[in-house]
Design a protein around this ligand. Sequence first.
Ligand SMILES: CC(C)(COP(=O)(O)OP(=O)(O)OC[C@H]1O[C@@H](n2cnc3c(N)ncnc32)[C@H](O)[C@@H]1OP(=O)(O)O)[C@@H](O)C(=O)NCCC(=O)NCCS
Length: 226
Amino acid sequence: MGTEWPQGRFPGEGAIAGAESVTYEPAPPHRLQDASELLAVEQVLARAFCDNPLNVAVISTQSAERRLRANRHALRGPLRAASAQGGVWVARSGPRIVAGLITTPPGLYPLPQPPLVSKLLGILGQGLRTASRWGEVHAALQALHPIEPHWYLSSLGVDPDAQGAGFGSALLGGWLERVDREAAPAYLETDRQATLRFYSRAGFQIKDSATLLGVPIWTLWRPPRE
Ligand SMILES: CC(C)(COP(=O)(O)OP(=O)(O)OC[C@H]1O[C@@H](n2cnc3c(N)ncnc32)[C@H](O)[C@@H]1OP(=O)(O)O)[C@@H](O)C(=O)NCCC(=O)NCCS
């Protein structure tokens, strides 16, 4: 499968969070090489998911700033665990990371829990109720998780100001090239109905649906490609 890079599919200039004006210079998506960049990925993903329905239901506060903070604490452990397996991919605009993807290779789900101290810091940073609700959600998702070996995409997020510019498609396409190299199936969950078309274009099909904390979610499966 050829990857369609976002080159030329968006204007030469645009606002990306925190920058006055940015010239888009998209580079092909790749695995994160340097752990010092994990903070940037954490920030991008925390912002990307801030207004997602499940995020709002779990972190039940109207304050986007508090949801953002809770997200960063919730992401820290899983990002480090995934990064240790080479499972963090990014897309950039110039030097800036604007999209992140967390994946688990076949047979490695669920990844090991972070060390106790990091886990406790994560729980305290999120707040006990939020951490316990995420625990419920993860247990429910784990019950739906397929047994057959597959590549798992646990998160794909684009910085909100850079969404709709092709970065998500490019990052997903780069990762799927890796998946297709070993003719493996792929699996993910989404709580945004609007993303079903985005994923179906890449070959995913709805496997299951469920309601968690009053929020509809879908699990998606992509059969192996020879
Ligand atoms: C879904 C997402 C990864 C797509 O990446 P993107 O760079 O914005 O998308 P692209 O420009 O490559 O492709 C555009 C497609 O993405 C979808 N899309 C774009 N912005 C979106 C948004 N804010 N929310 C949901 N879907 C969006 C649209 O369906 C669009 O498809 P269409 O042409 O059929 O309308 C990104 O919008 C995002 O981070 N959303 C929030 C987090 C999320 O829901 N992640 C998916 C669950 S793991």
